[in-house]
Each structure stands twice: as C-alpha cells, then as structure tokens.
Design a protein. Structure first.
Length: 374
C-alpha cells in the first residue's frame, strides 16, 4: 500500500514486533502479564478483535499471528471492529449496531481507559479510525429517527470529547477509512434503514440506496458519491479496503432473492463510476451472496474477501480482479494483512495464516467479524 508523506494506512497497517516497540515504546512489553509477554516475544505481529468468551461474556482480545492471547478487555455487549492509535498506543473497540458504547482501552493490560456513549438518538455502526497525528478519532454513527448516517468526530486530547459530525450522505453508514492522502474519508453506506425499536429488521428494502462516498476529513465537504446500478440497489455495501493504486475495494451483502447471483465485489475511485468484478459462477456461489469482510495485503497488491455464510475466503489480484486462491474456513470472516499473506479468524475460534502455510490455531474464543492489525 503506497503512502504519502506524513500519513498512515487507515486499515490493515501491519506492524511487526520490532516496529511496534519502536512506535509504542518498550512500555508495551513491560505492561504485559507474564503470559502475554511470552506470547508477544514469540509473535511476528499483533492483532485486535472482538470475541465471545467461554463464559458467555463479550470481550476484545489482542492476540498474535499464532493465536496466542496477549490481553483481553471486557465489553458490556457484543463488539464489532477495533481502531488503534499508534501515537498513543491506545485502542478503541466499537459496539455492534444498534448498541451505543465504544471502549477505549490499553492493549497491553486490557484495562478500560474510558467508555464512550453515543448521543441520544444515535448508535454506533461498529467502525472507526484515528487521524494520522492521533489527535482525532472518527466513528460511524446512525441518527436513527432521521434515518441518516454520520461520521462523528472525537477530540482525543480532550478526553475523547465528541466535537462534531459530518453527513455521510447515505444511511446504514458502516465502515469508513482514511485514504492514503491523509485528508479524504471513504465511507461504505449500506443503504438499509433500521431503527432500534425494530431490532435489526430492515425497513426499506424496496428503496435501498447503497453508496460509496468520499468526504473531506477536515470540513466534511462531499467530494464524490457513487451509486450502484438501480438493478443492484439491494446489494448493501458495508466493508471496504484500499489497494496500492488507491482503489477502494468493496464487498456486498445481497438482500434480494437467494436464487439471484449478483456481483458481490468491486472497487471505487473518486470521480469514476463503481466498477464490479466478474467472478466465475462457482466462485460467486461460494460467497453465498454475502461478503463479511474485505482486507488488502500489506503491499496492497492483493485483496481478500470472506463469506462466513459460505465458509469461504477468496484472494484476488488487485490489478486484475483475478482469483488467486480459495480457502475453506467454516464461519470465517475476520481478515487482516499478515506478513506476505493474510490472517483470518472464524466464529468457531480458528486463527488461520493464509498464503504462507495455512497454519491454523484453535482458540476458546469465538471471534467476531473483523480483525485489526495493530
């Protein structure tokens, strides 16, 4: 993945153990429990993910590429994705919709630093990221009475005070990432109207309008909004990743008939129409009309997509869209770059290193949908 001077990768920025120590300081290792320190010493990289623990409680774990647990933080309910600030060494785990909490925590100890609560009438959509200098945090939120998606802005230096919000120019605002220019936010709007009074029921399937939106991270000004063709308006766009050419890859979750076989993967570029990737019928069928996570490899030349419904992980060449590898992983969803390949996790506790040796570690944690490479 290419970077401009002074920027950081918004998602999937893999830090090896040496780089992590340089960036976060030896205090990270010093703050670990003996068991966590031993796991850290053996690790090539660290990751964070929400999980369900054996006792039925929810948490967020920091773990190694070998599946060894470094630390865990308790959550009041189910979490979704994680954001990490390399400047301060703090992490934030966001609640799964329609829940209203986000937990700021210390990855070394699992200690909760602060609990954030979304404003009344809003809930989190499970995703967020930090500005390159670590001064601001951005989180996707939902104004459910207005059926409007937002990107909320938090001042990290003011104890995570919520200082503003930007229109996401759509609803069901899910994953948002910072583009490599450090100035542009790209947003995946799923287009589905929901309301806490109706749980996770979808209220507008006939009029869904999924989109990929680009806004200015400082002003919130709209740069571009791209829609799918009308005949694909039921293809909800929730998850994205950025390749080496600054193209934003997306994976869709189709809300139409199960017998339909719409394209599920494509990419966006500001100023150009959305481009859909043609997959072979057998590959498309293996995704079962549902892509749960998207990740770019460390160098940005490959894209991985997962389907927990289909029990499949697929790796594509970013330049051509050709499928390079297909891996079966029951209930597999979480994806992150790992060395020359990817790390994948499953709701059944598996931690698998893809493209290297496909080594699988078992865990007593049931992993949620996403992994962040710390």
């Amino acid at each position: 993945m290419r970077l401009f001077p002074g920027t950081t990768v918004a998602r999937g920025a893999l830090l090896d153990r040496r780089s992590f120590l340089i960036g976060a300081g030896a205090a990270f290792a010093a703050g670990l429990s003996p068991r966590g320190a031993a796991a850290f010493e053996r690790a090539d990289a660290l990751f964070g993910a929400s999980c369900l623990r054996p006792d039925g409680s929810f948490g967020c774990a920091v773990f190694t590429d070998r599946g060894e647990i470094v630390s865990t933080v308790a959550l009041p309910d189910r979490g979704h994705d994680v954001a990490f600030d390399a400047v301060s060494g703090r992490a934030v785990v966001f609640a799964r919709r329609p829940r209203t909490f986000a937990i700021v925590f210390d990855p070394t100890s699992g200690q909760t630093i602060k609990t954030l609560t979304s404003p009344e009438g809003r809930h989190y959509f499970g995703h967020g990221f930090f500005s390159p200098d670590g001064r601001l945090m951005y989180a996707t939120e939902h104004d459910y009475d207005a059926a409007k998606g937002l990107v909320a802005v938090y001042d990290v230096q003011a104890d995570f005070a919520r200082i503003g919000e930007f229109d996401a120019h759509g609803m069901d605002t899910h994953e948002a990432l910072l583009m490599p220019d450090g100035e542009t936010i790209v947003i995946a709007n799923g287009g589905i109207e929901t309301h806490p009074d109706y749980g996770r029921q979808m209220l507008n399937l006939p009029t869904m309008e999924p989109s990929i939106v680009f806004i200015d991270r400082r002003t919130g000004d709209l740069i571009d909004k791209q829609l799918l063709p009308q005949d694909l308006h039921k293809l909800s766009l929730h998850h994205i990743a950025i390749d080496a050419g600054n193209r934003v890859w997306f994976g869709g979750q189709y809300q139409g008939a199960a017998s339909d076989a719409p394209p599920l993967v494509g990419f966006a570029e500001a100023g150009s129409p959305l481009s859909l990737t043609e997959l072979a019928p057998t590959d498309l069928a293996s995704l079962s009309n549902y892509v749960g996570s998207v990740a770019a490899s460390r160098e940005g030349e490959r894209i991985a997509v997962s389907s927990p419904v289909g029990g499949t992980v697929m790796i594509l060449e970013a330049k051509t869209g050709n499928v390079l590898e297909r891996i079966g992983l029951a209930d597999g969803c979480g994806l992150a770059p790992d060395g020359t390949g990817f790390l994948a996790t499953s709701g059944k506790g598996a931690v698998m290193r893809l493209e290297e040796d496909d080594a699988t570690a078992a865990s007593d944690l049931e992993w949620d949908n996403h992994i962040l490479a710390l």
